[in-house]
Design a protein around this ligand. Structure first.
Ligand code: ASP
Ligand code: MG
Length: 405
């Protein structure tokens, strides 16, 4: 007998038939003698509509009321799934975040879970009840409904899994696992049986939208085994686990990309202490996230060029912020290019092998793809290239690292 948190994403609960299908998945676990807590997302498209309603009434809605509105999508699903489970004679009840309560900080729109009182959940579980919890939401210390950021139901599920010491957290979605590359681009991509927390964290922060990044951080910190699987097909998914559970470590486990990058170059900034801080300080104040950064070595010891990337949607704003600071920063010219994408290879095997990055550079060179910026971490190499070569680069790298089926 295991204690499992089952989380169902928006497409898995997209209509009433699908909600009934989800109820059958829950029943399968119950019939096997497992204890289950379910966490649900809003039905697909609902959160977007709720956001749209707020924006129709005010371009800058009060953030507390905004959360009060957008948290409701998950409550609808929780209630509907509870009804569907009752139809299958499974004792159940639904929960809004505040009823449990799932306590969060007061940062509306991207609140963080602080604690979860599990007494009632555990009592119900002990007598064979299934609790269906509305994901994505919590309550702040001043008694307001908060939400955890887009995709936040994953984080609700992992936080609950930690709190009730679940043996596993199953994330049901519309893909049947984590792939070596986006199967829409690489037809020969294959599903990974296992992937490490670290690799998954890199994948998620690079834009693979299967899981909210925060949820993986929680899983990694508390070593919760997470399984990603489809609610539509019956097949084993991908297990996200600790490195020591994976015997055969892949050199490279996946090739991923992010088209949402734009490049800014400041030509001729002063080459002296404090300059980087004076460039990135104002961007930070303006809430603009900077991703890759390179500064070249100046040949005159007076001037240097700094290149960095921001998301495409932040580009215009970032340019405005930097133009405003032109006098202080005293750069010669600002160049920008939104026609770029970032390609990354990820693999924990990289840590103990050399030549992995070199292979990437050679592979791209063979395809005459120019590398504009490079950044690395222990288990990742990323390059910035012209956007039009995105697919070509991904496919070439996927083959080069032997990932094709
Ligand atoms: N419904 C929320 C969203 O669309 C949270 C989630 O689905 O995880 O972002
Ligand atoms: Mg999601």
């Amino acid at each position: 007998m295991a204690c499992i948190v089952m989380k169902f994403g928006g497409t898995s609960v997209g209509n009433c038939e699908l909600i009934k299908n989800v109820a059958r998945h829950v029943k399968t676990e119950i019939d096997q003698g497992n204890k289950v807590v379910v966490v649900v997302s809003a039905m697909s498209g609902i959160t977007d509509s709720l956001i749209d309603y707020c924006k129709q009434i005010s371009p800058m809605p009060d953030i507390c009321e905004y959360d009060a509105v957008i948290a409701t999508g998950e409550q609808v699903t929780a209630g509907l799934l509870a009804i569907a489970l009752q139809e299958l004679n499974i004792p159940t009840r639904s929960w809004a975040g505040w009823q449990i309560p799932i306590k969060t900080d007061g940062i509306h729109g991207k609140a963080r879970v602080e604690s979860i009182i599990t007494t009632e959940l555990e009592q119900l579980m002990a007598i064979g009840y299934v609790s269906v919890v509305a994901g994505f939401q919590g309550i702040s210390s001043d008694n307001r409904v908060t939400t955890l950021g887009r995709g936040g139901s994953d984080t609700s599920a992992l936080a609950i899994a930690v709190a009730i010491k679940a043996d596993r957290c199953d994330i049901y979605t519309d893909v049947d696992g984590i792939y070596t590359a986006d199967p829409r681009i690489v037809f020969r991509a294959r599903k990974l049986n296992k992937i490490t927390y670290e690799e998954m964290l890199e994948l998620a922060s690079l834009g693979a939208k299967v899981l909210q990044t925060r949820s993986i951080e929680i899983a990694m910190k508390y070593l919760v085994r997470v399984q990603v699987l489809s609610s539509f097909v019956d097949s084993v998914g991908t297990l996200i686990c600790n490195e020591d559970e994976i015997v055969e470590k892949e050199l490279v486990s996946g090739v991923t990309y992010n088209r949402d990058e734009a490049k800014i170059t400041l030509i001729g900034v002063a080459d002296c202490p404090g300059v980087a801080a004076s460039i990135f300080g104002p961007l930070n104040d303006a809430n603009i996230n900077v991703d890759m950064i390179v500064q070249n070595v100046s040949d005159d010891n007076i001037h240097a060029d700094v290149t960095f990337t921001v998301s495409k949607s932040d580009l215009d704003f970032a340019i405005k912020v930097l133009n405003k600071k032109q006098k202080d920063l005293n750069y010669e010219r600002l160049l920008s290019d939104s026609n770029v994408s970032k390609i990354s290879i990820i693999g924990s095997g990289m840590r103990s092998h050399s030549g992995v990055a070199l292979k990437m550079f050679k592979t791209l060179a063979e395809k005459s793809i120019n590398i504009q910026v490079i950044s690395t971490s222990e288990i990742k190499v990323s390059v910035l290239i012209s956007e039009e070569y995105t697919e070509l680069a991904i496919r070439a790298l996927h083959s080069a690292y032997g990932l094709d089926i």
